[in-house]
Structures are given as structure tokens and as C-alpha cells.
Design a protein around this ligand. Structure first.
Ligand SMILES: CC(=O)[C@@H](O)[C@H](O)COP(=O)(O)O
Ligand SMILES: NCC(=O)COP(=O)(O)O
Length: 238
């Protein structure tokens, strides 16, 4: 079974745009879990433009499924994760000013750093995952860091899939997943997964443990809810 972890960054973006507490992030996380999602993901960025560090602290006692915190392990992120102790930390090598995550780790170049930081998290009982491109060498390098899992960075899959090139979109991901399976690494995946592409991805990746989905899921929720809500307003205005 593949678990669905809902990334709630976009709900925080919407909340922050008005400065109040709508939508209520904590209640939304509870509701998402009550609807059946098996995890909540957040990706606090250093500028706190969506998820704030305090949100991570507030969610700690609320999330009853798997809590996954993603981010670049700069010192203040490491401190936050050690304080909150989520189920899983996913390490992402994103620049401070990155619009969104745009690359996986070079697990060979950054091996010593990753070995150290992964040990720190694992010593505190936190499962680790590292964000990687679909590249066999990077997965082999990941295995040498001691991480429990990798997260396959799926933007290139989603883009190629959307152009109708299904076989091409998945080929590198299948090869990489087989290597990860052989090395005993658990496999997660995320970035630009959506209702359009998720089934094809899941059916083709052996032993896919978890997907984290945010941007498309929140957009789809708006599109699929819009007719209902417009009609509710019309009803009240009669
Ligand atoms: C690692 C990954 O792909 C997601 O966490 C993505 O980066 C979400 O972050 P934003 O919501 O800031 O785009
Ligand atoms: N790890 C990927 C994630 O949490 C969500 O990415 P996206 O669906 O917002 O692209």
C-alpha cells in the first residue's frame, strides 16, 4: 500500500495572504486525517512564507498519522525537527530563495554532511528520507549515508507525462526504484503528483511506500469544490 501524505504548505500560503487564521491550518490537518489521509507533510522554508516554524510546533500534538517535515537541514531546521520529533524528516537541498524545490541531493558530493545529519536524526528516533533525482548513482550514494528512505523528485515525471509520453516519463523512475529496492531503501515520492498522474506512477513503481502531494491536491480541491460553493452562495442570496 502507498500512503498519502498531504502537504499543507498551500493552505498556509492562503492563510498568510490575509494575515488572519483562515483557513485554520490545525483544523485542516485534523480534517484531512479524518478524511483518510495517512500523513501530513509540511515544508517550512527559512523565510516562513507559508508554513511557519510555530506551525510545526502547533501541529506536533495534533497530527495523529505520520508527520513528515521537509526542508534543507540548516541549523535552525535541525533544531526545529529535533524539538518537534516528527515521524519522518525529508532532507531537501533547496536554496534559501528557491520558489519551490528544484533538485535532488548530490549524495556523493555531500556524503559526509548527510551521514552526520542523518545520524543526528536517527539517534533521536526520527525516520529519515532524502530527496533525490531519478539517478542510480545518487541512490547508491544515498544508501551510503545511512538514510532509511529516499524521496524520488517527480517533477520531470509529471512534466513528461503531461506531454502524453507515458513510457518515457516513468522509465528512469522504475530503474531507480529497482536499485533502491535492491539496496533496502524505502521509497517515497513527491512533487507535482496529481489526480492525472498518480495512478500511473504508483502502478509502475515497485514498493512505493508514500507520496506527499500538496500543490495539485489543493488546486484540485478548489476546482472540484467550486460549483458546490458557488451554488451554496446563490442559495443564500435567493
Ligand atoms: C520537496 C518537495 O517537492 C515539496 O516539499 C515542495 O518543495 C513543496 O514546497 P513548496 O510548497 O514550497 O513548493
Ligand atoms: N514532497 C513533495 C511534497 O510535499 C508536495 O509537493 P507538491 O505536490 O506541492 O509539488
Amino acid at each position: 500500500m502507498t500512503k498519502l501524505s498531504v502537504n499543507i504548505n498551500k493552505l498556509a500560503t492562503l492563510r498568510n495572504s490575509r494575515g488572519g487564521n483562515v483557513p485554520n491550518l490545525i483544523q485542516s490537518a485534523k480534517d484531512i486525517e479524518s478524511f483518510g489521509a495517512q500523513g501530513i507533510t509540511i515544508h517550512p522554508r527559512p523565510d516562513e512564507r507559508h508554513i511557519r516554524y510555530q506551525d510545526a510546533r502547533d501541529l506536533k500534538d495534533v497530527v495523529s498519522t505520520e508527520f513528515n517535515i521537509e526542508g534543507n537541514p540548516i541549523p535552525k531546521f535541525v533544531d526545529l525537527v529535533l524539538e518537534v520529533k516528527p515521524t519522518q524528516v525529508t532532507l531537501v537541498p533547496d536554496a534559501v530563495d528557491a520558489l519551490t524545490s528544484n533538485a535532488g541531493w548530490d549524495t556523493i558530493k555531500h556524503k559526509d554532511f548527510l551521514v552526520d545529519v542523518i545520524k543526528t536524526f536517527k539517534d533521536h528516533g526520527i525516520r529519515t528520507s532524502i530527496f533525490v533525482d531519478p539517478n542510480e548513482e545518487m541512490v547508491k550514494g544515498a544508501a551510503e549515508t545511512g538514510t532509511d528512505r529516499i524521496e524520488l523528485y517527480t517533477e520531470s515525471f509529471a512534466q513528461t507525462f503531461s506531454q502524453g509520453k507515458k513510457d518515457e516519463s516513468i522509465a528512469k523512475f522504475v530503474q531507480t526504484a529497482l536499485v533502491a529496492n535492491d539496496l533496502g531503501l524505502g521509497i517515497n515520492a513527491g512533487h507535482d503528483l496529481s489526480l492525472d498522474n498518480i495512478q500511473f506512477f504508483q502502478e509502475n513503481i515497485p514498493n512505493l511506500l508514500e507520496v506527499s502531494i500538496g500543490h495539485a491536491l489543493i488546486c484540485e480541491s478548489i476546482y472540484l469544490g467550486l460549483e458546490n460553493v458557488v451554488n451554496m452562495y446563490l442559495h443564500r442570496l435567493k
